[in-house]
Design a protein around this ligand. Structure first.
Ligand SMILES: Nc1nc2c(ncn2[C@@H]2O[C@H](COP(=O)(O)OP(=O)(O)OP(=O)(O)O)[C@@H](O)[C@H]2O)c(=O)[nH]1
Ligand SMILES: [Mg+2]
Length: 390
């Protein structure tokens, strides 16, 4: 069976290429995550992969769903809306596919009619290879047996037409523990992707928690105009005075700002970096002895740190002290041994041995080793999950 890719590289990697063709996928979205944005990224991405889209909307008029998906004008022959809402508000529908019963009358009937109309709409699309979106199943969850029946009945049609079903579900109150309904839903669907968010001093880290299959994988993401990307909100670049922090930020960033006075940084450096579908904001601290201030300011919202040292004078005591404090906060940290292009630089291995901490050599001025350092820290950050639980 072939795999269908989703609009987030790391998620596809976690799922061995994506979701199986013909499967039913529940997308449970906590309220801090905008499910519509996720949904429209999904639609646009699958359209780009040459899918047809069958979009069942039952909580607003199709025209609003259309708007949020974006400019579909030229793709209109590839997109069909099933109007599951107009009847409910006694409005005449302009769609080819309409659910005539009202969602407010009898949910069972409503779901079974939705099933028939959906089957018809899915089969109607030519060049099979489609995405079937249900927006949303929140009003169906009160009728779990009907929902289960829907999934069982639609499944053969999905398989026959190479279609994946995606069911958007805003999480209006399922916690981790009060799990009976959630458990039942998890049994009914082939995949359950839980979109979550954690708030940390002014930033929300959004991530996908893959509930089914039960793999220990959490993928932070952000919605950008280009689609979904893995996003790390705050990476710190710190280290002793004059170690090359500002230079390191500038070299690895696509755009950066530094506020320097007489060559020393007096405010935070800021840069945006992007590598292989991963986006991050990096902040460089001023050197001198002001590390405490930066730690207080950025506090718990640091997701990873480059600790820059001058390989000609690594200041082991201070570096060890900084490292220990980051370690206490469970921040993944990499020692970056800078000035490797200088003759009197110590080798990274010598520094690593003295510190007892993983160290990578770079020449921040000329960019030597910088890519490796970025990749290494990204890996460390994304493979450490403890910060999702704190
Ligand atoms: N040759 C060489 N020069 C470097 C390297 N990295 C930084 N420099 C130079 O060293 C000086 C200090 O670099 P900065 O990046 O300002 O150091 P900093 O850690 O931000 O300094 P403060 O903010 O004052 O603590 C600058 O003149 C840089 O051009 C390197 O790897 N090799
Ligand atoms: Mg600086």
């Amino acid at each position: 069976m072939s795999k269908i890719s989703l609009p987030l590289d790391r998620l596809n990697e976690a799922l061995d290429g994506g979701v199986e063709d013909g499967s039913n996928v529940l997308i449970l979205a906590d309220l801090v995550v905008d499910k519509m944005k996720f949904g429209s990224s999904l639609v646009n991405y699958r359209l780009g992969e040459e899918d047809n889209i069958i979009y069942l909307v039952n909580n607003k008029l199709p025209v609003y769903a259309e708007k949020s998906v974006g400019d579909l004008e030229e793709k209109s022959d590839k997109v069909a809306f099933i109007d599951g809402f107009s009847s409910t508000i006694d409005k005449k529908s302009g769609s080819d596919f309409v659910v005539e019963s009202k969602i407010t009358d009898n949910t069972k009937n409503y779901i079974s009619e939705s099933l028939e109309v959906s089957k018809r709409a899915i089969k109607k699309m030519e060049d099979w290879g489609s995405s079937f979106i249900v927006d949303s199943v929140d009003s169906w969850v009160g009728e779990l047996d009907s929902l289960e029946n829907f999934l069982e009945e639609v499944s053969p049609v999905l398989k026959e037409t190479n279609t994946v079903g995606y069911y958007l579900f805003p999480n209006l109150g399922f916690g981790e523990d009060d799990g009976e309904t959630l458990e039942r839903l998890t049994e009914m669907f082939d995949y359950v992707l839980h979109l979550k968010g954690i708030e940390r001093t002014g930033t929300t880290l959004k991530y996908v928690d893959v509930r089914k299959p039960d793999i220990d994988e959490k993928i932070p993401f952000e919605v950008t105009p280009r689609g979904l990307v893995t996003y790390i909100p705050k990476i710190l670049v710190t280290g002793p005075y004059n170690a090359g922090k500002s230079t390191f930020v500038e070299t690895m960033s696509e755009s950066s700002v530094s506020v320097d006075r007489l060559g020393t940084t007096v405010s935070l450096d800021h840069g945006k970096i992007s590598r292989k579908g991963i986006l991050a904001d990096v902040f460089g601290t001023p050197g001198q002895e002001r590390f405490d201030w930066a730690m207080d300011f950025l506090g718990k919202s640091i997701f990873g740190t480059f600790l820059i040292v001058d390989s000609r004078n690594p200041r082991y005591g201070r570096v060890k002290d900084m490292f220990r404090r980051l370690e206490d906060k469970k921040v993944p940290t990499l020692i970056v041994a800078n000035f490797q292009n200088k003759e009197d630089a110590l080798k990274p291995s010598e520094i690593e041995e003295k510190l007892g901490i993983e160290t990578l050599g770079v020449d921040a001025l000329n960019g030597e080793g910088v890519e490796e350092a970025v990749e290494k820290l990204f890996d460390k950050i994304l493979s450490q999950h403890s910060w999702y639980y704190t």
